[in-house]
Design a protein around this ligand. Structure first.
Ligand SMILES: *[C@@H]1O[C@H](CO)[C@@H](O)[C@H](O)[C@H]1NC(C)=O
Ligand SMILES: *[C@@H]1O[C@H](CO)[C@@H](O)[C@H](O)[C@H]1NC(C)=O
Length: 514
């Protein structure tokens, strides 16, 4: 079970404990003085990250009982850093016509070596197609939301029906890959620690954990070490993915551990270069007629302030990044004030009474005793989204993660940046802009490359542009969660891209369930 965090706040002066922020590093905690001078933070802005995190979770109709998974122990007590994995068969799974035993579905824990006591939880689904298919890892954003959100609502092998039974997903990415979902950063989902100093604050720590996990995974499953490896994910994973990929390249080049056969990264509606992406909000909103030209003009001083704050974060780090979060949040919320109760993950929709999506079945499902027993999670509770992890990552938010990508593309690592066209928060325009602005040897050619239609079943499903290892794709009729809104297009996208033939072709072996 998870513990309440009250015991962690002892070293904070009372006025700061409302923050619930950085509770771990007490000595370096009080540095808000500078931020206060610069931006005259009020107590309400000091509370903002927490309010934001709670709002995010509520909007998804999730009610995690705890803010973070801090737990004293687990039945599978691991002292050494290794994987403990269990092949599972979930109750509630309807018959697909094949015998379920044929599918290698696994869940496991890994004790992170560079931690006091952290255990990373993951799901691993062997490909429904072919063992030599690439290994694909998926990372959900938040920061602080469990990757099981994607497993059950986007590209996993099955979805949850309203009556809590599982239904096979004909377009699960496990049809073309050996698919891994990890709960990270630590404290999210079923991942937990007994020591709060294991809570991560930056991409260096996040990517080290992911690298260590991948090393252990390949040690446990050496037969997959030669397969191609792809890092994928969504939203805040626009930060995690480039950091993790750079960490893998560093490990490969330094001959650390097992070589990880990284072939590409795919970022879906990600936040990667905040300076460019925050500036694109008003243009996207204007183009989509969410705001008027005069709104646009009125907002431009805020855009400028946000841009300057992000620059300062890039230069100084630390508190200036906290300030940038506050200042730029003000820009975003000013747009939302104009647009009303719009669903900013999908502007075609409204958030009814604050509810933008309903992912509550996932919580109910994963908290069932029979499911927990099958997964071997003992009495660890499921924290669907951790507001604490969100807050702990707050000075990471405005960092520019694009900086590591040129080195990846120069190494021939494929980079796919895709975006559903109706997402506001990580909109396609901002993503397209940073992809075009990125400096690398193919920048000019990429800029000059033609935009071509991406078709599915002979119907145009998006627009794409490619040069060398770099591809940008705008997906039609989709919001923030492309695999949820366009499951078939997303499966064809990932397969064609991995096979290096991102063209108008369909899957060879069709898309019927196997
Ligand atoms: C649960 O719902 C699914 C999808 O609506 C349906 O196919 C299935 O038969 C239902 N199962 C039970 C036990 O009612
Ligand atoms: C965490 O990040 C800090 C600061 O970047 C670094 O000094 C430390 O070594 C990192 N620890 C791990 C386990 O990655």
């Amino acid at each position: 079970m998870a513990l309440s965090l009250t015991s962690l706040t002892h070293c904070l002066p009372p006025f700061l404990s409302i923050l619930g922020l950085f509770l771990i590093t007490c000595p370096t905690l009080i540095p808000f003085a500078k931020a206060k001078e610069d931006f005259a933070l009020s107590s309400s802005t000091l509370k903002l990250p927490k309010t934001q995190a709670q709002k995010l979770i509520r909007q998804l109709n999730l009610f995690p009982e705890h803010e973070i998974n801090i737990s004293p122990g687990h039945p599978t007590t691991l002292s050494e850093s290794r994987i403990v994995e269990k092949r599972f068969r979930l109750p509630y799974l309807g018959n697909s016509g094949a015998t379920l035993e044929d599918f290698g579905h696994h869940a496991g824990y890994y004790r992170l070596p560079h931690s006091k006591d952290a255990r990373m939880f993951y799901f691993f689904f062997e490909s429904r197609n072919y063992k030599r298919d690439p290994v694909v890892i998926w990372l959900t954003g938040g920061p602080g939301c469990s990757s099981e959100l994607a497993l059950f609502y986007e590209n996993g092998p099955f979805h949850i029906a309203n009556n809590m039974s599982l239904i096979w997903n004909d377009f699960g990415w496990d049809k073309v890959s050996n698919l891994i979902y990890v709960d990270q950063p630590i404290g999210t989902g079923f991942s937990y620690t007994s020591d709060e100093s294991d809570i991560r604050n930056n991409e260096e720590n996040v990517s080290n954990d992911l690298y260590d996990f991948m090393q252990a995974f390949l040690k446990e499953h050496p037969q997959y070490a030669k397969n191609d490896f792809y890092i994928t994910g969504e939203s805040y994973a626009g930060h995690y993915i480039p950091a993790f990929a750079s960490r893998v390249q560093q490990g490969n080049k330094g001959k650390e551990g097992t070589h990880i056969n990284l072939k590409g990264i795919a970022i879906g509606n990600g936040l990667t270069n905040p300076e460019i992406q925050y500036q694109a909000y008003t243009q996207y909103a204007l183009d989509m007629k969410l705001i008027t030209q005069s709104d646009y003009n009125n907002l431009s001083p805020l855009v400028l302030k946000c841009e300057q704050a992000i620059k300062l974060c890039g230069a100084d780090g630390g508190n200036s990044c906290y300030s940038a979060f506050i200042v730029c949040h003000n820009l975003f919320s000013s747009i939302l004030k104009i647009t009303g109760n719009i669903n900013y993950y999908d502007i075609r929709k409204k958030c009814e009474t604050d509810l933008c999506y309903d992912f509550s079945n996932m919580e109910s499902f994963l908290n069932k005793k029979s499911v927990r027993d099958a997964l071997g999670v003992g009495d660890i509770e499921f924290v669907s989204c951790s507001s604490y992890v969100y807050q702990a990552m707050i000075t990471d938010w405005m960092r520019n993660l694009e900086v590591g990508i040129p080195a990846l593309v120069e190494d021939g690592i494929k980079v796919l940046v895709y975006a559903g066209e109706y997402d506001l928060i990580c909109n396609w325009l901002g993503n397209s802009r940073w992809v075009h602005a990125m400096e690398w040897s193919g920048q000019k050619d990429f800029g000059a490359a033609p935009t071509t239609p991406f078709t599915v079943d002979g119907v145009e499903a998006g627009l794409h542009k490619n040069h060398g290892p770099l591809t940008f794709l705008k997906v039609y009729n989709a919001g923030h969660m492309v695999p949820m809104d366009q499951p078939k297009a997303s499966l064809i996208m990932i397969q064609n891209w991995m096979q290096g033939k991102f063209r108008l072709t369909e899957l060879k072996n069709g898309l019927s369930p196997q």
